[in-house]
Write a protein that binds this ligand. Structure first.
Ligand code: PHE
Length: 363
């Protein structure tokens, strides 16, 4: 900026002379367009700005000084206007660069992938069980979730006074009191036995798995839910004994949990097997020292099993003097908790994506 004439400047109020001196440094500290606009208002705005006040001072100046001061005032105004314009275009260019950098498309980045769906961990576990048993000759059967009392209870030799037959334990359909939400996958046994009884001799036996949902009036807690999953397994043949059952299940558990899988069989009672048993797995969550899942025992019960009761075969039209077999019903949630070391089965139903993603490693 050209230095204004000292004589002429002496006619101006001191703060305005100082303002002329301060302009350059004030301009250089403006780093945004907003700051620059504020400076513009102070120096060259319409009212109250330094340039409007310079014009006032010019009007009031003595006649002989007017010419000289006029040149100074105009020069100052022009200098400020030009300098502000230059700074404005610099700041605008800088802003444009910044904006375009923000929106820049980086061709080196991997493309955004849409989230893909996946099978639920419980379904994957049931698929795995099917894969374990398929090479042993087992095929997959299905049954309805709304069952008749005949399939759910009578065909399974379950007596009238069994607690599962009461409304306290079982969901009956309000409109059809003989229909209920199946309490286990065992009614599939009755359906398959009846269907295949006529061709049993021709086929030489029966082997199937029946995975599916079952319902009981249980309170929700870390190990119970009113809806859960079971995998039923059944084999019918000639001369079948407990050793076949134990051998088959011990093999399957090793295939599922690994070669060190530790299992134990305990005698138990189910009306549709004789003898009956339950199978426990050594709790991998606590290593057997006792935890919430194994209720301090170090073992978790994952299935009920036994040799098919002669009455069940008889009701289905199969001669128990010729045919025998075993059956088991495995709790899928319990088993999934073991495989994945999850202490609370509710996690499987809450559909929290973070949990399901971690469970991606279930296989
Ligand atoms: N249905 C039984 C239950 O739900 C399990 C079971 C199946 C037991 C087959 C023996 C044989 O508890």
């Amino acid at each position: 900026m050209t230095q204004p004439d000292a004589n002429a400047l002496s006619l101006l109020p001191t703060e305005m002379v100082e303002a002329c001196d301060d302009f350059s440094s004030a301009l250089s500290t403006c780093s945004t367009l907003d700051e620059l606009n504020r400076l513009k208002g102070i120096y060259i705005g319409r009212e109250g700005s330094f340039s409007s006040r310079l014009m006032d001072a010019l009007k009031k100046a003595p006649k002989e000084q007017k010419r000289n001061l006029g040149a100074v005032v105009n020069g100052l105004k022009k200098t400020w206007e030009d300098a502000i314009k230059v700074r404005q275009s610099e700041l605008e260019t800088a802003k444009q660069h910044l904006d375009s950098a923000k929106n820049a498309w980086d061709a080196t980045l991997p493309p955004p992938t849409p989230p893909t769906g996946a099978l639920h961990p419980l379904n994957r576990l049931m698929d795995r069980l099917v894969d374990v048993f398929r090479p042993l000759g087992y095929h997959v059967e299905e049954g309805p979730e709304v069952e008749t009392e005949e399939h759910n209870f009578d065909g399974l030799n379950i007596p009238e006074d069994h607690p599962a037959r009461g409304t306290a334990d079982t969901f009956y359909l309000a409109q059809h009191s003989e229909l209920l939400l199946r309490t286990h996958t065992s009614p599939v046994q009755v359906r398959v036995l009846k269907r295949l009884a006529p061709e049993l001799e021709k086929k030489g036996g029966i082997r199937f798995l029946a995975p599916g949902r079952v319902y009981r009036k249980d309170e929700i807690d870390p190990t119970h839910s009113p809806m859960f999953h079971q995998v039923e397994g059944m084999l019918v043949g000639k001369g079948i004994g407990m050793h076949h059952l134990k051998g088959t299940l011990a093999y399957a558990m090793k295939a599922l949990f690994g070669p060190e899988a530790d299992v134990r069989f305990r005698p138990s009672y189910f009306p549709f097997v004789e003898p009956g048993c339950e199978m426990d797995v050594h709790c991998p969550l606590c290593g057997g020292s006792g935890c919430r899942v194994c209720k301090g025992s170090g073992w978790v019960e994952i299935l009920g099993a036994g040799l098919i009761h002669p009455n069940v075969l008889r009701i289905a039209g199969i001669d128990p003097e010729i045919w025998s077999g075993f059956a088991f019903g495995m709790g899928v949630e319990r088993t999934a908790m073991m495989v994945s070391q999850t202490p609370d089965l509710r996690l499987f139903f809450e559909n929290d994506q973070r949990f399901l993603q971690v469970m991606g490693g279930l296989d």
